[in-house]
Ligand binder design. Structure first.
Ligand code: SF4
Length: 363
């Protein structure tokens, strides 16, 4: 398959790994910020194939995982108190444990909670059942936001009155800044997310190079993409450069998708947001602009904050900050498995604990 097979060739991967070994002298810590990279790196054994002086750290790149416990509990409280409302959500959110249940359990108890595969799925429900309120629990990074915004614009154009959105979106660059500001972890460089950057553009990471002296490479998700991204980053670190480079140039540009950015901006504006494990990060979320207040579930319903309590014993917060690997959590693969997850990092298809469970245990 074009754009897939050519990025999975074993000989090419081995050649790149050889080149990394040849140039790599320093001890370096590289964070991959995206959950899809974490899964690809784990699946293809990239971490184990690198020389021991290169440490890969998984970051807060799974939108479901970084949704705060307070927001998860808030969704659950809302679903319990408004059984008359249809709740639409993406699949990974269903099993995320809150303090006393999950959306999946609330559905079993009678909540009308439906999994949708895109925001348009939620709009379809609203069109079919105009007598009921439909609320989309919108979780996701910059990749998801333009489609949610476009869906809201479509609802406005159609004059639909029963559709609203609870925006729990998160923005990637402010979280990277917050991680650097904590000083809790040494990060020499970043592998940046391909799909997010296709929207925001590689230029959005310029501050990392200029303010923090941290080079970045935007990489794709096939194994050769990831290894090439690491090679480019190691080369920068060895040469003492601090540039923002693009490996995934078949998709990503410096400026990103200007049309998508415009659609996003027309509906949303930056706001502070609470991240699991990291806390409140200024300007890292998106709220719905006043012009779209009629579609803002926060304004349409009263949705008070939920309890901000992590599942007992769960170390997701430390995993998301890259402070520990999942196997350092005492519950990993014992009390916590994908079938019976205790924290979101084991639930989501992009979660670090799920990736470690699926691929590293078998290694
Ligand atoms: S293994 Fe489970 S309990 Fe431990 S950090 Fe991961 S999700 Fe949380």
């Amino acid at each position: 398959m074009k754009y897939v097979d050519e990025f999975r060739k074993r000989e090419e991967a081995q050649g790149l790994l050889r080149k990394i070994r040849e140039i790599s002298r320093r001890e370096v810590s590289i964070m991959e910020i995206c959950g899809t990279h974490t899964h690809s790196i784990s699946k293809y054994g990239v971490r184990e194939a690198l020389p021991p002086n290169i440490r890969l750290i998984s970051g807060p790149g799974c939108p479901v995982c970084v949704t705060s416990a307070a927001d998860v509990n808030r969704l659950l409280d809302f679903s319990r108190s408004r059984r008359d409302v249809v709740i639409a959500t993406f699949g990974d959110m269903m099993k995320v444990p809150g303090s006393s249940s999950s959306l999946q359990e609330e559905k079993a108890r009678g909540g009308d909670i439906r999994v949708v595969y895109s925001p348009l799925g939620a709009l379809d429900i609203a069109r079919e059942d105009t007598g009921r309120e439909v609320v989309l629990f919108a979780v996701g990074f910059e990749t998801t936001v333009p489609t949610v915004a476009a869906t809201m614009l479509a609802a406005r154009e159609e004059g639909l009155k029963n559709f609203s959105v609870l925006s729990l979106h998160k923005l990637t660059p402010p979280a990277m800044r917050a991680l650097m500001d904590t000083g809790e972890i040494d990060i020499d460089g970043f592998i940046c997310p391909g799909h997010v950057t296709a929207i925001i553009g590689a230029g959005a990471y310029g501050f990392l190079a200029t303010e923090y002296g941290s080079p970045c490479v935007v990489a794709g998700f096939e194994p050769i993409d990831a290894i090439m991204g690491i090679y480019m980053l190691v080369r920068q670190l060895e040469e003492g450069r601090k540039d923002i480079e693009i490996e995934y140039d078949r998709v990503v540009t410096w400026d990103g998708n200007l049309k998508a950015q415009e659609v996003m901006r027309s509906v949303f504006e930056p706001a502070d947001s609470l991240w699991r494990g990291i806390g409140n990060i200024p300007g890292s979320g998106l709220r719905i602009r006043d012009e779209f207040a009629d579609m803002d579930a926060e304004k349409r319903f009263s949705i008070p904050p939920g309890e901000d309590a992590e599942p007992r014993g769960c170390k997701c917060g430390s995993v998301l900050k890259g402070l520990i690997t999942p196997d350092a959590c005492p519950l990993f693969a014992k009390a916590c498995t994908p079938e019976f997850p205790i924290g979101p990092c084991m639930v989501s298809s992009e979660g670090t604990c799920a990736a470690f469970f699926k691929y590293r245990r078998a290694a």
